[in-house]
Ligand binder design. Structure first.
Ligand SMILES: O=P(O)(O)O[C@H]1O[C@H](CO)[C@@H](O)[C@H]1O
Ligand SMILES: O=c1cc[nH]c(=O)[nH]1
Length: 239
């Protein structure tokens, strides 16, 4: 029952999957945070693993870069492997001077220049929002850890190198916290498939100030976001 892009066997994936863009990050998360994990797919080197976290079965799989890539993997995970909860764990660029590098953002909603959600909704705008229970759980878990997160809207762009020079300033003025490349697509796939999704993002760089995390800071902050995502996964009732 493999799909064109995933070679796992039936039952290989847990009902909850953490998804970083980079498949090597998926391996890192599996090695560092999961117990008894094994690789379940490696088509195109888009690695996926399943193990347990504090006794709860959890999977982690890379999703690549951009809306088309995450849309393929999320759709196949949901429709073929019965995945019910997808948590993107990615990086983003901050748009406002209020938002600092190292912060973790709970993406409560995502605007986009991608057309995919309009394709799903007869040309109309779709409210690409996080699953409320997952988002609230993430905020509460962060508060319990005494590492508060920022919750709010992000912008999902098809272009990393964007030609519209006014776009970032306009987004910032409208309260959009950061730019990245997948969340709006993930929320659209989840909505059309009856699954639930959440985007957690570490601010890796600042679009306005040019500040960037050092590799060491990137690792530390990334680990904090993963621990948060695993708290959210762990609290999900098992099917
Ligand atoms: O770090 P990840 O999760 O890949 O996320 C961000 O990094 C990539 C661009 O460098 C895009 O995928 C963007 O969304
Ligand atoms: O998509 C992304 C990710 C990180 N930083 C950016 O500027 N864009």
């Amino acid at each position: 029952m493999a799909t064109p892009h995933i070679s796992a066997a039936p039952g290989d994936f847990a009902d909850v999957v953490l998804m970083p863009g980079d498949p090597l990050r998926a391996r890192y998360i599996s090695d560092r945070f999961l117990e008894g994990a094994r690789e379940v797919t490696s088509v195109r080197n888009m690695l996926g693993f399943t193990g347990t976290f504090r006794g709860r079965r959890v999977s982690v799989m890379g999703h690549g870069m951009g809306v088309p890539s995450i849309s393929i993997y999320a759709t196949e995970l949901i429709k073929t492997y019965g995945v019910r909860v997808l948590i993107r764990v990615g990086s983003c660029g901050a748009l406002s001077t209020d938002v600092k590098v190292r912060e973790v953002i709970v993406a409560t909603g995502a605007g986009t220049d991608s057309n995919v959600n309009r394709m799903r909704l007869m040309g109309h705008d779709f409210a690409a929002v996080a699953d409320f229970t997952l988002a609230r759980r993430a905020v509460e878990a962060a508060e319990r850890r005494n590492k508060p997160v920022r919750a709010g809207p992000v912008f999902t762009s098809d272009l990393f190198y964007h030609p519209q020079e006014q776009l970032n300033a306009t987004l910032a003025r409208m309260g959009v916290l950061a730019v990245e490349m997948e969340v709006a697509g993930l929320y659209g796939v989840a909505a059309e498939s009856g699954a639930r999704a959440l985007g957690l993002l570490t601010v890796s760089d600042h679009i306005i100030t040019g500040e960037k995390l050092t590799p060491q800071e990137r690792q530390t902050t990334f680990d904090e976001m993963i621990e948060l995502a695993l708290d959210v996964a762990h609290a999900e009732p098992t099917p």
